[in-house]
Design a protein around this ligand. Structure first.
Ligand SMILES: [Zn+2]
Length: 298
């Protein structure tokens, strides 16, 4: 029984004097206010970002204070099952925005399983970089089949509304690059004093343009380091503007040497604490806009 329905019952059943009644009502009001406060603190005021361990690839789930769910990339196709069971465990039946940073297999592969599932999807953001791969053709086809999806190709400078208190800016690409990685959609998400920079696989050319276009606007508390810690991303000049306190590297066993020691050293030099999905498993960062809590599986 909710508080609202409890009050009239008390009024009917207790023939009490006015002062006592007022006291009772006041107590109930305070109690309901406290309950609401506790409820909103536990469920609504937190932004939660989980970097899902998908091996060599990227996948990240954002749960907003207003209850929206955003997924950025889904790892390789063979990670689809894992992503789906992760969403199921979180009781997520709707993805408000699905971001395919760029058409590479280790980013869009796992998104296909979500498109095939009965999870509702409202918006899809795609870089628009043309790719002849079967996975990307399949991705476009599945998006088109879902008549309810709104499809966008966002560009640097665009702002998205993911709910009250959140600032969502697209920082890249300003235009499509020759290279699919550099065409990655880069998003900065700010909540109070905490900010996240999701870079996909953007490399030096894209980083240089972001530095030129946004300068100090790149500063972020948490950086998802570009391209699994490859030598083609996370330049010193880019890091000098981002100045992250925490860096996430989404990586698994690979033959490319990701993450390269050079990038790890640069991150260390700037004072960022590095968390790797291959070492920690899923990495969840929860923030109230001021403080951040990092939880890892390992
Ligand atoms: Zn990648």
């Amino acid at each position: 029984m909710g508080m609202e329905s409890l009050i009239p019952t008390l009024l009917r059943k207790n023939r009490v004097g006015e002062p006592l009644l007022r006291k009772l009502l006041l107590t109930l009001l305070i109690a309901s206010f406290l309950l609401l406060t506790v409820f909103s603190l536990s469920a609504q005021n937190y932004l939660r970002v989980t970097f899902i361990d998908v091996g060599e690839g990227d996948s990240c789930l954002i749960q907003t204070p207003g209850g929206k769910n955003i997924i950025i990339d889904g790892g390789k196709t063979n990670q689809g099952k894992k992503i789906l069971s992760f969403l199921k465990k979180k009781k997520i039946r709707k993805i408000d925005t699905m971001v395919a940073t760029h058409p590479d297999m280790d980013h869009i592969g796992g998104l296909l399983a979500i498109l095939d599932s009965n999870i509702e999807i409202e918006n899809v953001l795609d870089s628009g970089h043309k790719h002849t791969s079967y996975a990307y053709q399949d991705f476009l086809l599945k998006v088109a089949e879902r008549k309810d999806i709104k499809y966008y190709q966002p560009r640097a400078g665009q702002i998205f509304d993911w709910g009250e208190g959140l600032k969502v800016q697209v920082l890249s690409p300003a235009h499509l690059f020759h290279n699919a990685n550099d065409s990655s959609i880069v998003i900065k998400l700010t909540y109070g004093l905490t900010s996240f920079l999701f870079t996909g696989d953007a490399g030096y050319p894209a980083e240089d343009e972001m530095v030129a276009n946004f300068r100090k606007g790149l500063k972020s508390t948490i950086l998802k380091a570009g391209h699994h810690g490859a030598k083609t991303s996370t330049s010193s000049s880019f890091l000098n503007y981002v100045r992250p306190r925490v860096a996430i590297i989404s990586v698994g066993p690979n033959s490319y040497g990701h993450p390269v020691p050079k990038v790890l050293n640069r991150l260390k030099e700037i004072g960022a604490k590095v968390y790797r999905t291959d070492e920690r498993g899923n990495i969840t960062i929860t923030t109230d806009g001021k403080k951040c809590w990092i939880e890892t599986k390992r």
